[in-house]
Design a protein around this ligand. Structure first.
Ligand code: NDP
Ligand code: GDR
Length: 347
């Protein structure tokens, strides 16, 4: 299928960037994806999806903190749509690197908005906002009008970028839309995030490549969906008649502990939990072997305890709703990690 539309995706080497590129290429878009210069290229996700050498995909080196290169890139590509997915996206690291996180995750979005304002205010802009902006629970389920209370430098930076998107929408009439996405996972999730850390460890433990899985706060509750479905929501947000803000979520929440139990179940291991807080352990019911342990080094200085989203507005206005259950998602991730570990691949 071909289509005359052009899209620019920042952060194509990340989980969502890869899935979104695949979706837009399937729709016939001409896609320009940006990646950061590093000593070794990081294209494993787009390679796994089989799109790295797609004739309608252009890959461009770019850094979100560099306004001049961004302006030139937008001038050259003249995209119809820009999806700003690039960010320092790991909450834990944001406590150690608050300034870098602010520059990339917060100011980076404003660089793009400024470039759009200068080059072509008709370009549609999607900002990857996050449920981390809700942070400390003010109301449940969280939706578009729930008050924000971010609990990390990442959440604060994202909130700044979110409000700047709204501000450019209101001040300059730019089509600045924002998706407040709750956690979404997949086999392409980075291994530092808890779901993938769990499924990769479960695969390794099952294959005898690892002894124990160490985690931080097991009581945190998250609303986890499937990333591939969430990028479809991003696209729908940019096809709406007017720019707006939408929550994408599943409206189901589970603890980290529940996800661990589910992941071990996917390899036929039933866990028994004992102890509390720092002393909690998960043991194999059959053998009594300790497989999961808490290590306080993974605790965060401030935690987001409970996220559960209401995506009713996205369903009503965009016809978007999640389809994959958490059990299916978890199974898919464990199977992918079993395959990778059996093949000796470490992504
Ligand atoms: P990833 O961490 O997988 O990807 C982030 C991307 O940003 C990578 O391509 C990364 O490049 C790139 N990047 C980082 N710093 C810069 C920089 N200075 N200049 C240019 N590119 C940079 O995130 P996800 O795909 O999971 O998430 C996509 C977006 O959605 C992020 O903004 C995230 O904060 C947000 N979000 C994610 C949610 C989720 O559950 N996944 C939920 C809500 C929001 P490199 O590969 O080189 O590191
Ligand atoms: P989150 O995702 O912070 O919600 O941000 P992450 O998977 O890192 O943490 C989820 C919860 O699990 C707890 N946890 C651990 N987390 C990690 N990473 N490692 C551990 O060992 C561990 N043990 C317990 C955390 O404390 C937390 O409560 C993700 C990112 O994708 C953001 O970019 C995005 O905006 C939000 O989701 C929505």
């Amino acid at each position: 299928m071909t289509n005359s539309k052009k899209a620019l995706i920042t952060g194509i080497t990340g989980q969502d960037g890869a899935y979104l590129a695949q979706l837009l290429l399937d729709k016939g878009y001409q896609v320009t994806g940006t990646y950061r210069r590093t000593s070794s290229v990081n294209f494993w996700r787009i390679e796994e999806l089989g799109i790295a050498t797609h004739p309608q995909l252009e890959l461009v080196e770019f850094d979100l903190t560099d306004l001049s290169s961004m302006t030139r890139l937008i001038q050259r590509v003249q995209p119809d749509e820009i999806y700003n997915l690039a960010a320092q996206s790991f909450v834990g690291v944001s406590f150690d690197q608050p300034l870098t996180t602010g520059e990339i995750t917060g100011l980076g979005a404003v660089n793009l908005l400024e470039a759009i304002r200068i080059v072509n205010p008709n370009i549609r802009f999607y900002q990857a906002s996050t449920s981390e902006m809700f942070g400390k629970v003010q109301a449940v389920p969280q939706k578009e009008d729930t008050p924000f209370y971010p609990r990390s430098p990442y959440g604060v930076a994202k909130l700044y970028a979110h409000w700047m998107t709204v501000n450019y929408r209101e001040s300059y009439g730019i089509f600045g839309a924002s998706g407040i996405l709750f956690n979404h996972e997949s086999p392409l999730r980075g291994r530092e995030f808890v779901t993938r850390k769990i499924t990769d460890s479960v695969a390794k433990i099952h294959l005898g490549l690892q002894d124990v899985l160490e985690l931080g706060n097991m009581d945190a509750k998250r609303d986890w969906g499937y990333a591939k479905e969430y990028v479809e929501g991003m696209w729908r947000i940019l096809q709406a008649d007017t720019p707006d803000t939408y929550v994408l979520a599943t409206n189901r929440t589970e603890t980290v502990r529940d996800f661990v139990t589910m992941a071990f179940k996917a390899v036929d291991i039933d866990l028994a939990w004992s102890g509390a807080a720092e002393n909690e352990i998960g043991t194999c019911q059959k053998t009594g072997r300790a497989l999961v342990r808490v290590n306080p080094k993974f605790y965060r200085p401030a935690e987001v305890e409970l996220l559960i989203g209401d995506a009713g507005k996205a369903l009503r206005e965009l016809g978007w709703k999640p389809q994959t259950t958490l059990e299916q998602l978890c199974q898919m991730m464990v199977e992918a990690d079993l395959r990778r570990n059996r093949a000796g691949v470490s992504f």
